[in-house]
Design a protein around this ligand. Structure first.
Ligand code: UDP
Length: 361
């Protein structure tokens, strides 16, 4: 098949491209390299059956030409990363909403099947239970920038269903905290990238707000597996799927695991949200997918454990991240888990490399 991957030079996109190429599809990547990197796809450049177009999904004319000559579209191009979004909500909203509308309109014009990639962020602040695809969305106020990402992805999904009602073959996948090799060192601000970078450098590992919040970290090959299935299986058309590993891990446990796997001397420190995100911030205390729908309709089954996935990711980061230590502050270390009822950091912490304030714990 001829497959178009928007955002194919990005972290998840480039792994998807690798897998599609391994399955001998012809692949065209459309990416403006705003967050993606040419390094992630350079091994495909110049090969028969592979094309790279450096352009934005906001260039509707170019996009339409590419979609006209493709069989299937995986739409991954988006503004990503909570920290990035809270700093540039306008850019994120325009890219995610206008860009996705361009993709859907063009797929509808040419009757091409499309997979829209969404995010577990659409659920907002979860209610404590594993999230099924039809769970309610719980969002904070509109003046908290974080929720603009959730809202923009939800609009993408509404657009997908609106086009589906007109006959478009469309599926939606919601990703849960994907990580793995090629995770951008700084750009997305993901907790996994931050902790690995900090641990490898011997810098303080910065846990926000006590680290009791949980996430379901999903290794990138599992994310790619779910994405491909959503584009292949006839049962997937008109459906949304949680694509995540349902094993839930607290941020503090992640910090301890990264520290152990890197054999790092880094202290673990607490940082208030506001010092990292730079404004009033709201977080999701728990985020865990219910994946029975993806298991049953797609045959999706996550395979890579967090420990194994982190080992592979750390090994890649060790040779790709800039590892000169930047912070020289001495912190008291924690050898065991911080009590979950530990007091929240107040004023009087010390300033870290990225300008945030950390508290000794
Ligand atoms: N986080 C953290 N330290 C960091 C970066 C993030 O403790 O250096 C926390 C963040 O506040 C959130 C969790 O880790 O509670 C996951 O953050 P991330 O941005 O990776 O993903 P998301 O919030 O979108 O799930």
């Amino acid at each position: 098949m001829k497959v178009l991957v928007t955002g194919g030079a990005g972290f998840i996109g480039s792994h998807l491209v690798d897998e599609l190429r391994a399955r001998e599809h012809e692949v065209c990547v459309l990416d403006n390299l705003a967050v993606g990197s040419i390094d992630s796809i350079k091994h495909h450049l110049g090969k028969a059956g592979f094309r790279f177009i450096c352009d934005s999904i906001l260039n509707a004319e170019q996009l339409d030409e590419l979609i006209a000559e493709t069989d299937l579209v995986y739409h991954l191009a988006a503004a990503v990363g909570v920290r990035h979004i809270v700093r540039d909500p306008l850019g994120a909203i325009l890219t995610n909403v206008q860009g996705t509308e361009n993709v859907l309109a063009s797929c509808a014009r040419h009757w091409k099947r499309v997979v829209i990639t969404s995010s577990s962020e659409v659920y907002g602040r979860s209610n404590g239970r594993p999230l099924s695809e039809d769970a309610d969305r719980v969002l904070g106020p509109t003046f908290v920038n974080r929720w603009s990402y959730s809202a923009s992805k939800a609009i993408d999904e509404h657009l997908a269903w609106a086009y589906h009602s007109k006959g478009l073959e469309v599926s939606v996948v919601r990703y849960f905290n994907c990580y793995g090799p090629r995770l951008n060192e700084n750009g997305y601000g993901s907790v996994v990238a931050n902790f690995i970078r900090q641990a490898l450098r011997g810098d303080p590992i910065t846990v926000h707000n006590g680290g009791r919040q949980t996430r379901s970290f999903t290794y990138v090959s599992d994310t790619v597996q779910g994405t491909i299935l959503a584009g292949e299986r006839p049962e997937a058309v008109g459906e949304a799927f949680n694509i995540g590993n349902p094993v839930e891990t607290s941020i503090m446990d992640l910090a301890l695991l990264v520290k152990r796997l890197t054999d790092s001397q880094s202290p673990i420190v607490q940082v208030p949200y506001e010092d990292y995100y730079g404004q009033r911030h709201e977080d999701t205390p728990r985020r865990c997918p219910e994946i029975s729908k993806a298991r049953e309709l797609l045959g999706f089954a996550p395979r890579v454990s967090l420990e194994e996935g982190l080992r592979r990711t750390i090994s890649w980061c060790a040779s790709h991240y800039s590892l000169a230590p930047r912070a020289t502050l001495a912190y008291l270390d924690v050898q065991s888990r911080i009590p979950l009822d530990a007091p929240m950091p107040g004023d009087g912490g010390e300033r870290l490399e990225d300008g945030s304030i950390a508290q000794r714990i």
